[in-house]
Design a protein around this ligand. Structure first.
Ligand code: AKG
Ligand code: FE2
Length: 345
């Protein structure tokens, strides 16, 4: 595994906290070391809702291979990619979405005309969504194997590794929150309802984004429990601070970015924050070329961790108190997702 040393940790330029997760994962760590790391993680989730995690346990060779597969996939001709088309509508979020098909926004509504209006600003990205092989409600849409031999096998393996990593992070969050059972959240996360997403933002003239005619990905929060995000060195990911300003999340080599989603915010009675974020132009000038200031392509790989479909998300008692009453009714994951997904496709 590619590990990150202390000097590199200190040199981080990112605006979000950076945590060394080795102390939580190592079998030789003391209870105090594990608890301290878990508390740092929870403090970051409470404060910004976004955190960089170094030494997360996903082997760097596996990550490089995942980005290579992603590039190979998006380099295919559109006719080839359309052999695994995203099904119509939002119910099944799998397969290939061509640029402009999905519209990310924070709007929740039944109004389809509003959906059309939102689409006037096109999201310039393409994506490929992959779920658990045993998720019957959202079956995978794979390319025929001859199009990209080995792709499906690799992605299934990668999904499993990320699922294991996400379980360690959920465990650490439970410990850091001081839950009477620190593994409580794991009971609702078998891994079957997670989603692996390959994302490609093709080059685009800077003006298109600056003048609001196109977006890379507009501001939104994620809906699940947590998201693990791997990004290349292009940059352009931004998170909203408490004062409303969006600030850059500089890619830190070898580290993943973890953020809290709406479901975990609800579970924690708003103690853990699900924060707005977006993808826009990179902040660094050498990412642009030519008179049109064409930005370089960007690749990222988010892994969305969600409770199982039948899980009932009910505010955790440790996150309430006399001055902090329960803010939310229990909700079933399946119903919550259906409500959030309406205008997305
Ligand atoms: O591409 C990125 O860096 C962010 C992606 C994201 O926020 C999402 O897919 O929800
Ligand atoms: Fe997101």
């Amino acid at each position: 595994m590619g590990s990150i040393n202390n000097d590199q940790l200190q040199e981080s330029t990112s605006d979000i906290p950076l945590i060394d997760f080795a102390l939580f994962l190592s079998s030789t760590s003391t209870e105090t070391e594990r608890l301290t790391t878990a508390k740092e993680l929870v403090a970051a989730c409470h404060d910004v809702g976004f955190v960089s995690i170094a030494n997360h346990g996903v082997p760097s060779a596996l990550l490089s291979e995942a980005f290579e597969w992603s590039k190979r996939l998006f380099d295919l001709e559109i006719e080839e990619k359309m052999k695994a088309p995203h099904p119509d509508g939002p119910a099944v979020h799998r397969g290939y979405s061509y640029p402009g098909l999905e519209k990310v926004s924070q709007v929740v509504s039944d109004d389809l005309d509003l959906g059309k209006k939102l689409r006037e600003v096109r999201d310039c990205k393409e994506s490929y969504e992959i779920g658990h092989p045993l998720n019957d409600s959202q079956p995978n849409v794979w390319l025929p194997d001859y199009v990209l031999p080995g792709f499906q096998d690799f992605m299934n393996r990668f999904y499993t590794t990320l699922s294991d990593t996400s379980s360690s992070i959920l465990h650490a969050i439970g410990l850091g929150l001081g839950l009477s059972d620190p593994t409580y959240l794991l009971r609702f996360h078998s891994g079957i309802n997670n989603q692996l997403r390959l994302l490609h933002y093709p080059p685009i003239p800077a003006k298109e984004v600056e003048e609001g005619r196109s977006a890379r990905m507009e501001a939104h929060s994620d809906w699940g429990s947590i998201t693990l995000l791997f990004q290349d060195e292009c940059g352009g990911l931004e998170v909203q601070r408490k004062d409303g300003q969006f600030v850059n999340i500089a890619p830190v080599e070898g580290a993943l970015v973890m953020n809290v989603g709406d479901m975990l915010m609800r579970w924690s009675n708003d103690y853990l924050k699900s924060t707005l974020h977006r993808v826009t132009l990179p902040p660094v000038e050498d990412r642009f070329t030519g008179s049109e200031r064409l930005t370089r392509a960007r690749y990222s790989i988010p892994y969305f961790v969600s409770p199982d479909e039948d899980a009932i998300v009910e505010v955790m008692k440790e996150c309430t108190g006399v001055d902090n009453p329960v803010k939310y009714e229990p909700v079933k994951q399946r119903e919550y997702r259906a409500m959030r997904a309406k205008l997305q496709y």
